[in-house]
Design a protein. Structure first.
Lengths: 100, 100
DNA sequence: CAAAAGTACTTTGTTGTTCAAAGTTAAATA
DNA sequence: TATTTAACTTTGAACAACAAAGTACTTTTG
C-alpha cells in the first residue's frame, strides 16, 4: 500500500502554523497580541507565520479599534477550515494505523 | 489556557520522517529500498532523513544479506516508539480540541 | 572477463525555512 | 514633546531539505 504524502498540507507542517490554525478554527477570531502571548512568539515571527497562512488564503484579517487602540483580528477562512480538516484527517489516519 | 508547543517532537515535524516512523512503528522492520519506493524519495534524501532519526536514537539499523544482495533494514527503537507515541498524543489532543 | 547494474550510502551545492533583532509607521498617552 | 503600544517589515544568520553526482563494493549479464 502506497502512502500518499500529498494528503499533508505543507502550510501546516510547521508547528507554529499548526497551532495558529488550531486556535483560529476553534475560536473563530483571535487578535495579534493574544496569539503572540499564547504561542510565546516575537511579533516579527508571528507576523511572518500569519502572512504565510494569509498567502494561502487560509486566514483573513480584520482591522478594528478597541476603544482607541488598533486591534488586528485573525479568522480562519472557509478554505482554511477545509484545508485544516483534511490535514487533520490525514493525521488521524496515521494515528489510526498505529492502533491496528 | 497556554498551549505547550514542546509536546511536539521536532524530529517528527517533517512529514517524511513522520511517515518513516509511522511505517517502522507499524511494521517492526522495513528495508531501504522498500522505504525509498514507498515514499518515492531519492536515495540520498531518504538516507539523510534516516540518519536524522538514527541520530536521535529513534531507529536502529540492521545490515544483512538476502541471498547475496546486501539488505539494510531499519527498526523503530523503544525510545523511538515512546517518542512517537507522545507526538501522536499531542496531535490527538489538537484534533480532539477541534471537535468540542 | 569486462561492462553494466544494484545497494546503500556520502558529498556538494543550491534553494527554502525559520528566527531574532532591529527598524518602521502611526496613533495614544504621559 | 517623549514614550509607549500595536502591528508590522526588513535584514541577516543559521539551519533544513533536496537533487544530483560521486563512491565502494558486489553481482549479474553479455
Amino acid at each position: 500500500m502506497k502512502i500518499s504524502l500529498d494528503q499533508f498540507d505543507k502550510a501546516f507542517e510547521n508547528r507554529i502554523r499548526l497551532q495558529i490554525m488550531s486556535v483560529l478554527v476553534a475560536n473563530e477570531s483571535y487578535d495579534f497580541n493574544s496569539l503572540k502571548e499564547l504561542l510565546n512568539l516575537t511579533d516579527g515571527n508571528l507576523a511572518s507565520h500569519l502572512k504565510a497562512l494569509e498567502k494561502e488564503e487560509y486566514i483573513q484579517v480584520e482591522k478594528t479599534f478597541i476603544g482607541r487602540k488598533p486591534n488586528t483580528r485573525y479568522l480562519a477562512s472557509e478554505k482554511g477550515r477545509a484545508a485544516f480538516k483534511l490535514h487533520l484527517l490525514a493525521l488521524e489516519n496515521l494515528i489510526k494505523q498505529q492502533k491496528l
